[in-house]
Write a protein that binds this ligand. Structure first.
Ligand code: ATP
Ligand code: MG
Length: 195
């Protein structure tokens, strides 16, 4: 049994960008987390009907590269290993089985109003705490019913959609991505056909 708090920062990470890394570091420091897991969604069921998602193996590899050398940040493959649609409550229960209680779920402020649509939201409210991080364009508000904190951050106006769109147009994205992800995309042509 461990008492040290753990954080879960879930996402599609298609691709992971500097906004994700800054957000993770901010939460690690503000919440005093020894471990912050970047949880790569296998099938992000709220997104997959509307666009093609890059293979999970590619997204896992890119997240590992994005956080290389960052203390306390780890890539987590639980949802990819489980397969199927990805639900945070299943990941929370998997961590409980390892002795982790009341993990922090970390989301950007664009998602805070969606929390009640998450699978088994009531169970999640009871089994996890919520940290909402400011993100450009979305007010920093806390949803009702959650044990939640708001974290201001140096807001970086970066999104994976913006990066996919720019790459499809052949535009430069080197200032938006960690070095390792830039190298990976040099070797794997993931986004040139999208727009
Ligand atoms: P997309 O544009 O494809 O939705 P995204 O940039 O929003 O991609 P996601 O993988 O959807 O990235 O997001 C994972 C998590 O990271 C979410 O909680 C999201 O709010 C948060 N996040 C993403 N970008 C930022 C950012 N620039 N600042 C703060 N939080 C962010
Ligand atoms: Mg998003």
């Amino acid at each position: 049994m461990t008492s040290s708090p753990i954080g879960l920062f879930g996402g599609t990470f298609d691709p992971p960008h500097l906004g994700h890394v800054a957000a993770a570091k901010r939460c690690r420091d503000a919440l005093g987390l020894e471990r912050l897991l970047l949880v790569v969604a296998n099938d992000p069921w709220q997104k997959s009907p509307s666009r093609t998602i890059s293979p999970a193996s590619q997204r896992l590899a890119m997240v590992a590269l994005a956080i290389e050398g960052e203390q306390g940040l780890e890539v987590c493959d639980f949802e990819v290993a489980r397969g199927g649609e990805s639900y945070t409550i299943d990941t929370v229960e998997e961590l409980e089985a390892q002795g982790y209680r009341d993990p922090w779920i970390i989301v950007g402020s664009d998602l805070s109003a969606t929390m009640d649509t998450w699978e088994r939201a009531r169970d999640l409210q009871q089994h996890a705490r919520l940290a909402v991080l400011s993100r450009p364009g979305s007010p920093l508000e806390l949803p009702e019913g959650w044990r939640a904190v708001a974290l201001e951050s140096d807001e970086l106006d970066i999104s994976s959609s913006m990066i996919r769109q720019r790459l499809a147009q052949g535009a430069d994205v080197s200032e938006l991505l960690p070095e390792g992800v830039i190298r990976h995309l040099g070797d794997h042509d993931l986004y040139s056909g999208q727009g």
